[in-house]
Design a protein. Structure first.
Length: 261
């Protein structure tokens, strides 16, 4: 069971417990929730002490991973209390294709001629899915990966009739309209109009939209990105129900870049 920490606004003139632990269901997924009393005038030292109290309560009841409260300024050393925040990396990778399209649109870049460059340390299912989605939307998709690119290229051309450009050099990667990084690349200058490091959990998450029927069931006061990541991992949220946009485009036929030119 995941832990879920949320802020609770105190009611005027009513005496309330500062921390309340209870089980709750979110989209039919069970969480052990900790409600933490925090008003606009609650001193930081006080609400931090309450967060720590709630964290200890979750760990005592067997929770090891937690969705923190929203807007937790300065952070908390969760490991000190035996907890780990839910990772947003799977959610970020799941959204990478749509996220890229949204960022391109925000820059006012033409999708018809956009070049999308992707770099990864290894071929994974998440990378294959992202490359496939981008190749179906954009005319030029560049992939830099140590192995597995040839097979994916053949598969995309065979199944969808689209082209994947393999083996770009650094200059070609840096000239793309969007650079999507599944792993860190210290050699790239990152001067592309759009740079999306989906490996970096410290980068801000995009606005995430759910169908209204699901949105109404989400608790207020929790970290939205980590909550949706937990729901996706549990299976309570299906892929595609959390979205940042839906860019689409046509594409034609596997070429290699000449990396010696």
């Amino acid at each position: 069971m995941f832990g879920l920490l949320v802020w609770k606004t105190p009611q005027q003139g009513k005496r309330e417990k500062t921390v309340v632990l209870s089980e709750r269901s979110v989209l039919r997924a069970r969480f052990l929730q900790g409600e933490i009393l925090r008003g606009p005038r609650t001193p930081e030292a006080v609400w931090r002490r309450r967060v720590i109290q709630a964290a200890k309560g979750l760990r005592k009841r067997g929770v090891t991973r937690v969705v923190p409260p929203a807007d937790l300024e300065g952070g908390i050393n969760w490991e000190k209390y035996g907890l780990r925040p839910v990772s947003t990396l799977p959610l970020r990778r799941r959204l990478a294709a749509d996220w890229t399209g949204t960022l391109l649109a925000a820059q006012g870049l033409s999708q018809a001629g956009a070049k999308i460059a992707l770099s990864a340390a290894q071929m994974t299912g998440e990378l294959v899915r992202t490359v496939t989605e981008l190749s179906l939307r954009y005319r030029y998709v560049l992939l830099d990966v140590p192995y597995g690119g040839e097979e994916l290229c053949r598969q995309l051309r065979r199944e969808y009739g689209v082209s994947l450009l393999l083996g770009p050099d650094r200059e070609q990667m840096e000239s793309a309209g969007a650079l999507v990084l599944f792993d860190a690349r210290a050699d790239l200058r990152r001067r592309n109009p759009v740079v999306l490091p989906v490996y970096d959990e410290t980068a801000p998450m995009p606005p995430l939209y759910l169908p209204p029927a699901l949105e109404d069931q989400l608790p207020e006061g929790a970290d939205r990105g980590r909550l949706l990541a937990a729901l996706l991992e549990i299976g309570a949220l299906r892929p595609g129900q959390a979205a940042v946009g839906q860019p689409t485009l046509d594409i034609p036929p596997c070429k290699h870049y000449n990396t010696t030119s």
